[in-house]
Design a protein around this ligand. Structure first.
Ligand SMILES: C=C(O[C@@H]1C=C(C(=O)O)C=C[C@H]1O)C(=O)O
Length: 116
């Protein structure tokens, strides 16, 4: 799955096409990808919520830095082969993981307070 980094490779049609139509076509594809991202993130958060509940039930810590280090290493390598900036990929994953850890802390607190 070698993704071309050249944006011209994504141009839907020839240079003779109306640029505003080309822009609209590109934006439709961007909108589809953004929708897919939302669905993928929702599925990921559903899974991490299950992990958070499991951890709270068994008094396991919300964060697992060793697991995170492995995920970051793996994602950076994937990003490089996909020609995505690995630093951006790392920041993006860290942003998501930070939110997940907040959720896990909240789930653990709720369990301690007897709200869950
Ligand atoms: C989901 C987990 O909890 C935390 C969140 C992670 C994630 O969002 O991928 C990874 C490690 C943990 O810090 C886990 O331990 O697997």
């Amino acid at each position: 799955m070698g993704a071309p980094a050249d944006p011209h490779a994504r141009m839907p049609h020839g240079a003779d096409q109306d640029p505003l139509e080309t822009l609209a076509q590109l934006r439709r594809s961007i909108d589809n990808i953004d929708a897919a991202l939302v669905h993928i993130l929702a599925e990921r958060f559903a899974l991490t919520t299950a992990v958070g509940r499991l951890k709270a039930e068994h008094a396991l810590p919300p964060a697992d830095p060793q697991r995170e280090a492995k995920q970051i290493e793996r994602l950076r390598a994937l990003a490089e082969s996909a020609r995505l900036d690995p630093t951006f990929a790392e920041k993006f994953l860290n942003f998501i993981i930070a939110e997940v850890i907040h959720h896990h802390e909240r789930i653990a607190e709720e369990r301690q307070n007897g709200d869950a």
